[in-house]
Ligand binder design. Sequence first.
Ligand code: PHE
Length: 337
Amino acid sequence: MIDKIEKILADIKTFQAENKEALEQFRIDYLSKKGVMTGLFSDFKQVPPELRKEMGMLLNDLKNTIQEVIEEQQKKFLTTTESKKDLDLSLPVHAMNGSRHPLSIVRNEINDIFKRLGFVVAEGPEIEDDFHVFSALNFPPDHPARDMQDTFFVTKSPDVVLRTHTSSVQVRVMEQGKLPIRIIAPGRVFRNEAISARAHCIFHQIEGLYIDKNVSFADLKQTLYHFVQEYFGEGTKVRFRPSYFPFTETSAEMDISCNICGGEGCNICKHTGWVEILGCGICDPNILKACNIDPEEYTGFAFGMGIERIAMLKYQINDLRMFFENDLRFLKQFENA
Ligand code: PHE
């Protein structure tokens, strides 16, 4: 039996598979149920007890060697055929065929304007807990926004939800405790809405948060006014209407003069000459407290806008669903944007 093993060892050490099929045949010859190793293991039953230990070790070594040979030779085929020898990773990249999605274009443009004002981009998770989406933002326990109608729940108790607004990132940043804060947070948000030309269950927002000593409503107005002049063009008018959000006090919604008809009245602005683009306000002292910021020392403002809405105004798109359908006829129109 020792002779047999040595002969096999010599054979397999010089074995060179010419192709994958030959290697597979080799494996079948040696390791399959009817192969050489099975034969040897059944011969092993006749080995006298005093030699069993030694023989057993030899057999196991042989089996391992065969496996190593197979693995080694497999690499040969991977490097020559499967990973393609002619692949040159140092070649310059071909010009990209794709183009940016209109929502990315608009998001980047908005980001750029606020970055020039000293805001930095912050991020937070899309799957959030109740605390960051609602509680820390001063939503009363029975507020309708928490309702199953609006919010997608991942689990109930503990409440894990898909964030319904990017305001959750405000909380994430405030918690870090580094002041002053000047961030914008672009991101995806989710609401359980029926999909139509004007609503979708997924959309995008950009949140802004500015906290420092002596921040006032005048700072908020001036910041947003500057944004509107930059983005929609000089001469675009703005107006603030009183509103309500649980996490801001004073709260407002901001309209701009309709950029389509210039304020004359058209169907986009429903003949009012104005379109609403964002919600904003002075941070409620309660939310500063929830994040261990002293409201006697610090004040701040926040705003949140829908990216789809801004993109619809900018490109005169009248159906929100277009952004999500990935229809090339739609997307190709933004190739040079
Ligand atoms: N989170 C609000 C919304 O989704 C918008 C908002 C953000 C309002 C910040 C005020 C301040 O409607």
